[in-house]
Design a protein around this ligand. Sequence first.
Ligand code: GDP
Length: 214
Amino acid sequence: MSETKQNRYRAVQFLTSAHRLDQAPPDTGYEVAFAGRSNAGKSSALNAITESKGLARTSKTPGRTQLINFFTVDEQRRLVDLPGYGYAKVPVEVKRHWQATLERYLAERQCLRGLVLLMDVRHPLKDFDRMMLQWCAAAHMPVHVLLTKCDKLNRGPASAVLQQVRREMKREFANATVQLFSALKGQGVEEARAQLDRWFQFEGAAPAEEPSGG
Ligand code: GDP
């Protein structure tokens, strides 16, 4: 009975980019979206989860960085890479367009099951993160937070951040779960995939549990 757990996200394929929502694929099936400030570790996390470099590389191709990038998991399911920004020097109008598009995507996309929000464990809950959380709360959209690069902190301090962020989320964003993640060490990758499995309603997806924080 020793089956190796198959990674369902390994076969992801680039589908399309959308600059505006009306360029998105038809609103059917299931989507799970990834967002984070630039440098939060989103590309590395997507690489670790899908065990491929192609996905994140596609999203970092010049010209694609300001677009919503869609990837197929299978016919019914898509991973969505949302543009991040932080210290990116972009004109105000571009930023405004991103914000409006992201907010509308979170509010209106029927097939969207959840948002994975990535934050550097050393810099959690910045303005961008709070903005995303507020939009998700308004849209009743579940959120799963990855506290990334947790290998940069020792176990004790990392776990303290995990507890602190969980406490804060519980107060303000009850729909959110939080876990530690390290693309470098592979920590938390299975836990993140298990959350995707639940949102995508894969048969045999592990039932929800309090994230262990590993
Ligand atoms: P993105 O801009 O959010 O896509 O972030 P990247 O994935 O490109 O990562 C930004 C920087 O953080 C890069 O220098 C990565 O090497 C580094 N990084 C990402 N994930 C990890 C991690 O798990 N551990 C460590 N130590 N560094 C990481």
